[in-house]
Design a protein around this ligand. Structure first.
Ligand code: ADP
Length: 509
């Protein structure tokens, strides 16, 4: 040190000594360095902090004394920096340090103010850990698909609310927090929720609510909720934690499954009942057929023999002859019904057989009209056939006649006193045959189902019948590769339209 620098330094030291008491009482370590970085001052706190007595460090490089080897760079002036410092014991510890240059009589000195920040670092680390733990819990709450809410116990106001809850209820957490159930839900619902909350807080145990409806912005939902009291350090409830699972869809799916099961059961029952009915019809029709055929023959014999035997034409004999005729007609109708039942059971069992032969359609039509001349007259139905000349067709004449009889008798039954038109034409290879009446007609909603078994569109009281004629007709035509449909306006009659290929092969049904 030169003489002038010595003077300057002494002057500075004199000033410094005036401040020494202050430095020594300072909580920070204060270290003075000369322009070469050697220690020229070392306060009491520096001794405590670094474990070196002042005399042991005077004139040594400050960096070498207080910094570990790896951390020795240059100092930045007038800026707080955090560094790792070294105690005499070799222990490293974190410090905050400010180096301030001081110029006295154009000589530079440096003062380092150093604070041990071990405790602060610990607190910072702990705080960071706690923050991380909070963030983790937050992330957990946010990602749990169930609604999670926390209420304070005094007024049961929401203090936490997760994303699933926002989505479920339809309010943001900012809207929910600080408010309670009465701010969002109908009073009866809020009363229910609150009563459960109070029960949880009173019992200090978990309460499970398996099913509770809740009004949300998107409509009513069903929740399965668990409510749990959160205790403070004295064991008293401080918060109420709620976890609610939205079970609306699950309940709906369960109900749907239940309904489907019921429907399947009902269908199975109905099918079983239908099978029983079919079996019964089949047995009954077969059992009836034999005595009916015999009765028919006997009546016919009686019809021819009795008038001869009795002779004469007395009024009583005339009555008897009329009775015989009526009996025969009734028996024929009865036989027709039994035949229909037999056909239906044959069709259900897939035993309908058709035997196509070469035949003229006009022959079939004329035969039917001929058979029903009397009936047509009785029903006061004028018949108007308009038959286009057709080549021979290849159909089962008995079965097609059966179809025409069904349509004609229906036209008479449902259109008494009105004319009936029978028309045929050829469209390519298809014969289009129609039977039109001007009777009661058929409502649109019934026009399909009347072709099914036992389906009728009229009351049994108003019109007798089993609802089988159209079903049988449809099956016969189907077996020929043909179709039948109806066009009708209620009150304006009905037109049944048959389409049949000129040549049918048996389409077994
Ligand atoms: P049924 O006449 O013996 O009841 P069908 O199978 O022949 O049985 O007819 C089924 C139903 O279709 C009838 O009950 C009736 O409601 C309706 N229907 C059939 N033909 C006619 C028609 N020409 N006019 C009005 N309704 C008809």
């Amino acid at each position: 040190m030169t003489a002038s620098s010595r003077n300057s330094y002494d002057e500075f030291v004199t000033r410094y000594h005036e401040l020494q008491a202050l430095f020594d009482n300072a909580l920070d370590a204060v270290i003075g360095m000369d322009s070469t970085g050697c220690i020229c001052e070392w306060n009491r706190h520096a001794e405590i902090m670094f474990g070196w007595k002042k005399e042991k460090v005077l004139h040594r490089s400050m960096a070498e004394v207080i910094l570990p080897e790896t951390g020795r760079g240059g100092f930045i002036f007038n800026r707080r920096v955090e560094m790792t410092a070294l105690r005499s014991s070799g222990e490293e510890f974190p410090v905050e340090l400010v180096v301030t240059p001081v110029v006295v009589n154009s000589l530079s000195f440096f003062f380092a103010f150093i604070r041990d920040i071990t405790e602060r670092k610990k607190i910072e680390e702990r705080t960071a850990e706690i923050k991380k733990a909070y963030a983790f819990v937050d992330a957990l709450l946010e990602n749990i698909p169930d609604m999670i809410f926390v209420k304070e116990v005094q007024n049961l106001r929401f203090v936490r609310f997760n994303k699933a809850g926002e989505n479920l209820i339809g309010y943001s957490r900012n809207e929910m927090i600080g408010k309670n159930d009465y701010d969002f839900f109908p009073t009866s619902e809020a009363d229910f929720f609150t009563s459960k909350d109070r029960a949880v807080l009173q019992s200090k145990t978990l309460v499970d609510i398996p099913e509770e409806p809740i009004h949300t912005v998107k409509g009513t939902r069903l929740l399965h909720t668990k409510k749990i009291p959160i205790m403070d350090e004295h064991g008293d409830p401080e918060y109420l934690l709620g976890i609610s699972e939205d079970i609306t869809e699950r309940r709906q799916a369960e109900e749907d499954r239940h309904r489907l099961r019921q429907e399947r059961l009902a269908r199975a029952e109905a099918e079983k009942a239908l099978a029983l009915r079919d079996e019964f019809i089949s047995i009954a029709a077969h059992e009836l057929k034999t005595p009916l055929t015999a009765l028919n023959m006997q009546l016919q014999m009686l019809g021819t023999v009795m008038p001869e035997l009795m002779g004469g034409q007395t009024p009583r004999q005339k009555i008897f002859v009329e009775l015989m005729k009526d009996s025969q007609e009734n028996l024929a109708r009865f036989s027709g019904l039994v035949d229909d039942l037999l056909d239906v059971s044959r069709m259900a069992a897939g035993r309908l057989i058709i035997e196509p032969v070469e035949v003229h359609l006009s022959e079939i039509v004329n035969r039917v009209i001929g058979r029903y001349t009397v009936a047509l007259r009785k029903a006061q139905c004028e018949i108007k056939p308009r038959m286009a000349p057709l080549p021979k067709v290849h159909w089962d004449p008995v079965r097609i006649e059966q179809v025409l009889v069904n349509l004609l008798t229906n036209a008479m039954k449902y259109g008494v006193g009105k004319p009936i038109e029978i028309e045929s034409k050829l469209e390519g290879e298809t014969v289009v045959l129609s039977v039109k009446d001007y009777g009661i007609g058929i409502a649109r909603e019934d026009q399909e189902r009347i072709f099914e078994r036992f389906e009728r569109a009229v009351s049994a009281k108003a019109f007798g019948g089993l609802g089988l004629g159209l079903y049988i007709s449809k099956q016969i035509l189907k077996a020929h590769g043909g179709t039948i449909r109806v066009e009708s306006e209620p009150g304006f009659g009905a037109k049944f339209i048959i389409e049949l290929p000129l040549r049918s092969e048996w389409n077994g049904i």
